[in-house]
Design a binder for this molecule. Structure first.
Ligand SMILES: *Cc1c(COP(=O)(O)O)cnc(C)c1O
Length: 422
């Protein structure tokens, strides 16, 4: 095995910034990233054999814990039969049925290999369906790295987008309008002027990518009403929240029905996956039944389908009732520990995802989130890492829990928090 000091230096020689996805580099918290070697249940083990309670869970893709035996055997069975054929398979239909059982808004679905691709497909479809170009997103929401949506824009109300990344044509970014999350007034203002020229509004119905920020009462309903009136396609990006905040996702939890939904993460059982689906009338505009092109060599590949089905088959309403209970207990223990350490926090949780904001009041939007104490988060992150807790390496991310995070793990994390020093 490589000596500890060499691993990161070698990775830095191979990959830009040492990584294959930016946030893994620990830039936001400082220090060198930990190389993980294996996972089991609620735990990760690094290359030195150190154990961590995992609160990152592959960014939410894992819900039944690491190295689940049934997922493992489903993958072995499929691997023995071949990993990809580039043809139709019944494995795709099986997983589609499992998903649609819990998402009645999804009348037809298409699988992709990542959440980003699912969002790209949904966006093109919405534009093709409406014949309009303009789209709306919300400040602080992340929808993968598609050009049109890597736009966050500054403060103010309806700011016309300027890209967050180099390499995005200004002409494309201009078609994206960014509005503040949870601001129904800004929405109404935008729609009164531009609604009928807008192809789609996309949002995380519970925002997870600025840390967990739930929708204010009425926000999703207002959005639904405005989109219906303007003929604008409403896209719920449930790549993170699907099978995470509830069995039926945020749309079931809040009772608001989108036109299109994007999924990913949990539905692949830890393998690469994405999906988008919704009203049949819209979905049937996809090639080959319609004029909107979208494709993928490994879309719906049998390995991801097998892992996904193995997980989804075991996700029942009873299981989510227990998960909700366990997560509530976990969050309560954590809150107590912060009180004991005299650190003011806003712990914001929906289902099996939560964020501890270092703030003395709840946050509802990007402005609130960016006012929280980031330096304190870095100290907290490092403290907990030392004590065997793996948090997401950024203050603006969600923590995740699995069905295997029980009282023992809650005690461990709470114990580490109670020691304070951050
Ligand atoms: C993770 C995520 C994506 C992107 O999915 P990838 O599989 O990383 O491409 C899109 N939207 C949301 C809400 C996500 O959390």
């Amino acid at each position: 095995m490589r000596p500890r000091s060499k691993r990161w230096a070698e990775a830095l020689r191979q990959f830009p910034g040492g990584v294959n996805s930016p946030v893994r580099a620990f830039k936001a918290v400082g220090g060198e990233p930990v190389f993980m070697e294996r996972g089991l249940g609620a735990y990760l083990y690094d290359t030195d054999g150190r154990e961590y309670v995992d609160l990152c869970l592959s960014w939410g893709a894992i819900i039944l814990g690491h190295a689940d035996a049934q997922v493992g055997s489903a993958l072995q069975t499929q691997a023995a039969r071949g990993t990809s054929f580039g043809t139709v398979t019944t494995a795709e239909t099986d997983l589609a049925i499992e998903i649609r059982r819990h998402y009645p808004s999804i009348e037809k679905i298409r699988f992709t290999s990542s959440g980003t691709e699912a969002v790209m497909g949904a966006l093109r479809l919405a534009r093709g369906h409406t014949g309009r170009d303009r789209v709306v997103k919300f400040e602080g929401c992340y929808h993968g790295h598609a050009d049109s949506l890597l736009v966050k824009a500054g403060s103010g109300l309806a700011t016309f987008g300027s890209p967050d990344s180099a390499g995005i044509p200004g002409a494309l970014a201009e078609l994206t309008t960014v509005l503040p999350y949870n601001d129904a007034e800004a929405l109404r203002g935008y729609f009164s002027e531009h609604g009928r020229r807008t192809a789609a509004v996309i949002l995380e119905p519970v925002c997870g990518n600025m840390g967990v920020v739930p929708p204010r009462p009425g926000f999703l309903e207002t959005l639904r009403r405005l989109c219906t009136a303007a003929g604008t396609v409403l896209i719920f990006d449930e790549v993170m929240t699907g099978f995470r905040v509830a069995l039926g996702g945020a749309q079931a939890l809040y009772g608001v029905r989108p036109d299109l939904t994007t999924l990913g993460k949990i539905i692949g059982g830890g393998l690469p996956v994405g999906a988008f689906g919704g009203r049949a009338e819209i979905m049937d505009r996809l090639s080959p039944s319609g004029p909107v092109y979208q494709a993928g060599t490994l879309s719906g590949n049998p390995m991801s389908m097998a892992a996904g089905s193995s997980v989804l088959r075991r996700l029942t309403p009873e299981r989510y009732r227990k998960l909700e209970n366990d997560c509530a207990v976990f969050a309560a223990r954590l809150s107590e520990a912060f009180r004991a350490a005299r650190v003011p926090v806003s712990l914001q949780r929906v289902g099996a995802m939560f964020t501890v904001f270092f703030s003395d009041r709840p946050v509802h939007d990007w402005r609130g989130v960016s006012g929280t104490d980031k330096a304190r988060y870095s100290r907290y992150f490092k403290r907990l890492l030392k004590r065997g807790v793996y948090l997401p390496p950024s203050a603006f991310e969600a923590c995740f829990l699995s069905t295997l995070h029980g009282p023992a793990e809650a005690d461990h994390v709470a114990g580490a928090v109670r020691e304070g020093g951050f």
